[in-house]
Write a protein that binds this ligand. Sequence first.
Ligand code: GAL
Length: 480
Amino acid sequence: MFPPGFAWGAATSAYQIEGGWQADSKGPSIWDTFCREKGRVFDDQNGDFACNSYELWEKDLECIQQLGLTHYRLSLSWARLLPDGTTQHVNKRGVQYYNKVIDDLLACDVLPMVTLYHFDLPQALQDRGGWTSPDIAILFDKYANFCFQTFGDRVKLWITINEPYVCAKLGHEDGIHAPGLKEKGTAPYVVGHNMLRAHAMAWHSYSSVYREKQGGAVSLAINSDWFEPLDPGCDEDIAAAARALAFTLGWFAWPVFVTGDYPEVMKSAIDAQSEKLGYRGTSRLPRFSEDEPTILGTADFFALNYYTSRKVKPRGGCEKTLSTKSDQDTEEVVDPSWPISGLSWLAVVPDGLRKLLKYIKDTLSSPAVYITENGFSQVGPLQMKDVHRCEFYKSTISELSKAVQEDGVDVRGYFAWSLMDNFEWADGFSVRFGLFHVDFSHAELNRNIYQSGQEYANIISKYKSDQRKSEQLSKSNVDC
Ligand code: GAL
């Protein structure tokens, strides 16, 4: 049910799995700092050791092979490669580590998809203003150039920034992700803006310097829930669902895929709320400058992280303080019929993925799409026979195949989150997203496949054997 060459992957990120937080001259990142502040993370845990993939990479590779993955999505730790964030100091041991990972993957016929930035800014750059500073775009572009130059002969799929929405909102408005800022209604828009500028600069660098020789593709990973009106017959609910989509997917997708600018509904909602709350000064949503590289068209494919869905109605403008939520003016509810995975926010809605993909096709001119993250969490008593997660993967992949077959969405690949249990940000190790269980109570950190991992391996193996059969069939037709 999936096209030839479909990418079957799993994803991880550096801070969540590597450990080795000070190994071989790695610099500190904002997550190293954040985790040291009491009360930030569940049980004051941290990613100092995590799955220790820095030393146990071969174990990860075994898991990748056991699943039969065709692709593996990993992220590079900026501070491991460039300890102070700048290209003035390159950490050779960091380069060696990622060279080995990439070479080992390729030797096993697994293609890497590499994310340059997955939440872990070098602390040295945070000390210079981090993502709120306009200079960050140039620093990121230099880092990206360094990575393209160093690894681009072998890496053909790049993600510049993972989930700018999450970095902007959870890190700079809600304060529940590093760097833990709570500058409501202002910093998130500045951070999002600088992330878009940084992404676009890196994409332009790739296009002008590396693309011809390396032949890869570059995008950014945009996360979005699927939002639909609570009452599909109510105009206010329809408008509220459209606003929710504009403030989540549209915030980053519109500038890159549609107009080069933020969605109109977002701009007008922010301005109206500023006026209502007596906010003086220029718009809280920065404008793109014509003197800088254009944003429109800076993605070679759409990279979607999808986890859940919501039903939406208006909040009624009752918020009295500035925040992205008050600008958005929506109330989001979970349909009682949707099962909940381990986490309260993670309602399981596989057909929401299909609907979101159709929306992306219809509004963003049918881009090629990779699902770069999608997963199901386990909390509480350990279940190696994780039947609910098995069901989740089966029904999600079935919805995905309908998106391809029936809706004509150009889906090129699917990456499960995550290869193995790991450090789940503010939830620490209390939440398990892995296809492999990691035994964090023993230093060996053994990885063991969950039933859902086996289920996913079976799906991949079936796909591969169907592909072989159809290749043989078309070969024998040609021979005839
Ligand atoms: C995403 C994030 C991942 C992972 C996942 C599960 O937002 O990119 O790193 O934590 O959520 O919550």
